[in-house]
Design a binder for this molecule. Sequence first.
Ligand SMILES: NC(=O)c1ccc[n+]([C@@H]2O[C@H](COP(=O)([O-])OP(=O)(O)OC[C@H]3O[C@@H](n4cnc5c(N)ncnc54)[C@H](O)[C@@H]3O)[C@@H](O)[C@H]2O)c1
Length: 259
Amino acid sequence: MKHEGKVAVVTGAAQGIGLACARRLAEEGALVVMGDIQGEKVAGEATALGAVAMTMDVSRRDDVDALIGCAVDTHGRLDIMVNNAGVGFSAGVLEVGEEDFDRILGVNLKGALFGSQGAARVMVEQASGGAIVNMTSVQAELAIPNSVAYGVSKAGINQLTRIFSVALASHNVRCNAVGPGTILTDMARGAVLSSDEAYRMILSRTPLGRLGGADEVASVVSFLASDDASYVTGQVIYPDGGRMPVNYTVPVDALPAID
Ligand SMILES: NC(=O)c1ccc[n+]([C@@H]2O[C@H](COP(=O)([O-])OP(=O)(O)OC[C@H]3O[C@@H](n4cnc5c(N)ncnc54)[C@H](O)[C@@H]3O)[C@@H](O)[C@H]2O)c1
């Protein structure tokens, strides 16, 4: 199996894409440690997978270190780190407040920083390489007017990924990112899929003509985490149904104007 004997940590693993990643890695032989702010939920999912779970908040460095420490204490090492936990947020560029901006960057961007730092320390010390995979978004590249906090957090993840990839290359620790388009999870249901019109708009910019499944993101994460990607580092792969080549969902003449 692809990940036989490897030890993997996945954050935001209680549901959605993170859970699909944990499941995929476990199915392919990895020993998985799952972290999430929803403690009971992640514990239940971990039991079903034969994995270990921890309640934690990725925006807190101590929590992230404790999660990585749990993997090392339980399984003796760390080979794969999936920094997946994230939160969405919509507000116009003139409306977004400092508190919300800090909160979104705290979870999405600082969470990826803490996870990458904690994993890199262990992997460098182990001296047997490793793979870090960060969850970004098409919004790292595509500008959505009411999504400045989220978009900036994901753009930051892309650059964080590239910088870590260069900094860690001499230790054979690879660092890549996966940037989904619209994937059918609670996050998408609560935001872009709130109405029939929103759904049609998404499909009007999705050449493959359907939304993605969480397992279709997990398969890319699994590839990047595996030795099949042994010469791939500093890259962002977009499982987005073809969204990136066609532009985002809003035709230019429908962009909201600022009074
Ligand atoms: N669903 C999409 O269309 C989509 C598109 C692009 C990128 N993404 C990214 O994929 C990742 C997973 O999103 P999803 O769609 O599965 O969302 P989701 O809301 O279904 O799952 C997110 C998980 O992260 C956990 N989480 C949130 N804040 C946390 C924190 N501070 N500490 C620890 N865990 C926390 C939640 O409890 C939840 O289990 C996110 O980074 C998101 O930005 C999703």
